[in-house]
Design a binder for this molecule. Structure first.
Ligand SMILES: NC(=O)c1ccc[n+]([C@@H]2O[C@H](COP(=O)([O-])OP(=O)(O)OC[C@H]3O[C@@H](n4cnc5c(N)ncnc54)[C@H](OP(=O)(O)O)[C@@H]3O)[C@@H](O)[C@H]2O)c1
Length: 369
């Protein structure tokens, strides 16, 4: 395949449209890859033209960052590689400031990540998850300090409420801090909630969406079946847990898997490739982070952009995976807008503007009118 690149948000940083996730680098969590396999996946990704790597300080207890740094250094790729890593989770049980989004933890975490990665700068530094407490002002000011100190090039947010991300971007703009260039969020045919708030926020206010769990932790590869309680992969290990990222076995999702299987057969591609192609070509998506535990999986996934899904097939995927718009988005449809504009044509702008378009009963899509 020939990899293509987008600039991330409003920044000038060029990132490959497929990124390599490293949450599966290391076996500490019981479902990752050993070093040899991780190395082979790294090589395959680089061989396919990928330059964007996603990791986090505490993935697999620090192994993910350490191996990523070593693989990059061994091949002399530091100038080419774009490294994204994250802070928030607690590194020291019993120490309330060993995690969180306060300045004290960010300053500790960045130095620990730099050490494990074996580098003196991080290309994209993200807050991993909202801690419900720390003001956006403190986070943005601290991240801006890190940019000015040369330890970080660009900044981003992952797993935050949309109001927080919007406020953070406004603070950055008004105070002259480094703006938020990326929003890292779960997005797939099985999880489309971000379309209502985050996609319009990202496309209007200069952040690129970095998609995580594009295969819903493997569900969309088609290897899980409703009737089967076997050992297909990661999700089996979470069957009796309440972890919010891994509750994927629902009637709605089985219907999506069934339609995806039919569409993939018509396209002549694997289900994983079609699911990845769909999400990579959705509005606002800058990059999709691939996850894999085996080289064959990654090789399959790297073929996700070598084809396009015909509009009628895409429509079937859109339709089976759409959910009714939640309030207040349910209130922005044509019958309300016509009353806003007094019966004249609504929402018109000159060409080139991006506006969220609401289709009754469907999720938000973005079009340029
Ligand atoms: N910011 C966040 O909160 C957050 C959260 C989660 C992930 N992430 C990032 O996003 C990356 C990707 O997330 P993810 O691993 O959840 O992605 P995913 O694509 O939804 O799931 C990847 C898993 O699906 C299975 N799989 C992948 N390709 C396959 C194929 N072609 N055929 C069959 N099975 C296949 C493998 O699991 P098994 O082999 O175990 O079945 C693989 O580990 C992570 O590495 C991490 O960098 C970020």
């Amino acid at each position: 395949m020939s990899m293509t690149y987008y600039t991330l948000g409003n920044s000038g940083l060029r990132v490959s449209r497929l990124a390599l996730g490293t949450m599966t680098f290391g076996t500490e969590w019981g479902w990752g890859a050993d070093r040899e396999t991780a190395r082979a996946m790294f090589d395959a990704f680089v061989g396919a033209g990928g330059n964007f790597f996603d990791t986090a300080d505490l993935y697999t207890g620090g192994t993910a960052e350490t191996w990523l740094g070593e693989f990059i250094a061994e091949r002399g790729l530091r100038d080419k590689a774009v490294i994204a890593t994250k802070f928030t989770f607690n590194s020291e049980p019993g120490n309330p400031n060993g995690g969180g989004n306060g300045r004290k933890n960010i300053m500790r975490a960045v130095d620990a990540s730099l050490k494990r990665l074996g580098t003196d700068y991080i290309d994209l530094y993200l807050m991993h998850v909202w801690d419900r407490l720390t003001p956006a002002e403190e986070v943005l000011r601290t991240l801006d300090d890190l940019v000015r100190a040369g330890k970080v090039r660009h900044v981003g947010l992952s797993d935050v409420p949309a109001w927080y991300a919007g406020r953070a971007q406004a603070i950055a703009e008004l105070r002259g801090y480094e703006p938020v260039s990326a929003l890292q969020l779960e997005y797939s045919l099985a999880e489309r909630t971000i379309e209502h708030e985050f996609v319009p926020l990202a496309t209007r206010h200069g952040a690129g969406i970095m998609v995580w769990s594009p295969l819903a932790s493997g569900l969309l590869s088609g290897k899980y079946r409703p009737t089967q309680a076997g050992n297909a992969g990661r999700l089996d290990g979470f069957r009796n847990t309440t972890h919010p990222g891994f509750q994927k076995f629902s009637d709605r999702n089985w219907a999506i898997v069934a339609e995806l299987e039919k569409v993939a057969a018509e396209v002549g591609r694997s289900m994983a490739q079609v699911a990845l192609n769909w999400v990579t070509t959705q509005p606002g998506v800058a990059t999709v982070i691939l996850g894999a535990t085996k080289l064959a999986q990654l090789q399959d996934n790297l073929g996700a952009l070598d084809f396009s899904i015909a509009p009628e097939l895409r429509k079937r995927l859109d339709s089976v995976s759409s959910a009714p718009a939640p309030f207040p988005h349910s209130y922005f449809g044509p019958e309300i807008q016509v009353r806003v504009a007094g019966g004249t044509v609504t929402g018109d702008k000159p060409s080139g503007y991006s506006l969220p378009v609401l289709v009754e009963g469907e999720a938000v899509s973005i079009s340029s009118n």
